[in-house]
Design a protein around this ligand. Structure first.
Ligand SMILES: [Ca+2]
Ligand SMILES: [Ca+2]
Ligand SMILES: [Ca+2]
Length: 364
């Protein structure tokens, strides 16, 4: 927008008597431009359209109706507002582009916060304990699995056993086990770490994994994630038995069983709340954000009300296997996390939809 200062003085007639000319000289109020005269209340150079006008009909100016800090960032752009015949700015801001919902990992900043975002950046972080994206470069040697949780000292896991490799399938990266009952795992002692510190005595937690399983051990099952002291079934152990039985152990006891489809890449949430009054609500499974009904396979025993997690005596945490021995499944583990709370159904649905899009933390 540009208006001669003399015209401005006419537009705001009655308010501006002394102004500056374009060459910077002080100008007196009696040298207004053509068509306007200070103090008469008329609406400027084109004049004659009635009193009270604040702009010149047909004139335009830049406008932006969203948060000012987003203007000019990402897709966001100002528009134009026009002056109507009565000398008033019309409310519409034509052509402006204001923030929209971010579309993840497309290189475009739709919500105008300065950057594109990946789906994984939008995951719930409330009460997050550990988070492993497992997005190592395929065909490069694995040595450790990085804990990306921003809270506490990271608990990185050591890759041992030789039978697990980094892989990428359909654009999603993860760990691949070619054989059932092999020794490959990511594992670490978690005594004195945040894992023991925050899970010892826990009554609420959520295990979140993305995986696809082709086969598993037929007798004891194959461990997907396991927290334990080496022997038995572990204190917190999610296992797979073919053809499609998932079993969850709590304090070394089979506590829940389900039969969801896991042969194709899917998001699983095991949600524990031993304070839930109804036994059926104490351990729940969600597949892709939808709760799965319980099975009696293996004759599970629901934990008693208020049971706490026992983690004494040097617990070890493992992905894709028990913490010792040979209990791998055949398939892919794309992502694994633990929260120290029972996530809500809404949080689970949100994370499931995000993780189905993307389970890696690669730069968008
Ligand atoms: Ca985007
Ligand atoms: Ca953005
Ligand atoms: Ca991944």
């Amino acid at each position: 927008m540009s208006m001669p200062t003399v015209l401005l003085s006419a537009v705001f007639s009655g308010l501006v008597f002394v102004t500056m000319t374009s060459n910077g000289e002080e100008d007196s109020g009696n040298s207004n431009g053509p068509g306007g005269s200070a103090g008469t209340g008329e609406a400027g150079a084109t004049g004659g359209s009635g009193g009270g006008g604040v702009c010149r009909p047909g004139e335009d100016r830049s406008c932006y109706s969203a948060a000012p800090e987003t203007e000019g960032i990402g897709i966001c752009q100002p528009g134009k507002a026009f002056c109507d015949v009565s000398g008033q700015w019309i409310a519409d801001c034509l052509g402006e582009i204001t923030p929209a919902a971010e579309i993840y990992s497309n290189g475009i900043d739709e919500d105008c916060d300065g950057a594109d975002a990946s789906a994984t950046q939008a995951l719930v972080t409330r009460a997050l304990l550990t988070r492993y994206f497992l997005d190592d470069e395929p065909e490069t040697p694995l040595s450790s699995l990085r804990d990306s949780s921003p809270e506490g000292t990271p608990v990185n896991l050591n890759v041992v056993g030789g039978t697990v490799t980094a892989a990428e399938v359909d654009g999603h990266r993860g760990l691949f086990w070619a054989l059932v009952n092999s020794a490959g795992r990511g594992v670490a002692s978690v005594g004195t770490t945040k894992v023991e510190d925050q899970l010892l005595g826990a009554k609420q937690l959520t295990v979140e994994v993305v995986l696809s399983i082709a086969g598993g051990d037929v007798s004891e099952g194959s461990a997907i994630t396991s927290l334990g002291m080496g022997g038995g079934f572990g204190q917190l152990d999610l296992r797979f038995l073919p053809p499609q039985n998932l079993r969850f152990y709590w304090n070394n006891q089979l506590a829940a069983s389900w039969e969801p489809l896991v042969h194709e890449r899917c998001v699983l949430h095991v949600v524990v709340d031993t304070d839930a009054p109804m036994p059926a609500d104490r351990i729940k499974l969600y597949r892709n954000g939808v709760q799965v009904s319980a099975s009696n396979n293996g004759s599970p025993t629901v934990p008693a009300l208020g049971t706490t997690l026992n983690l004494s005596n040097d617990p070890r945490y493992a992905l894709g296997n028990r913490s010792s021995g040979m209990r791998s499944f055949q398939g892919l583990l794309y992502y694994s996390a633990i929260y120290t709370t029972n996530l809500s159904a809404e949080e689970i649905e949100r994370n499931a939809s995000l993780l189905l899009l993307d389970d890696d933390d690669l730069a968008p």
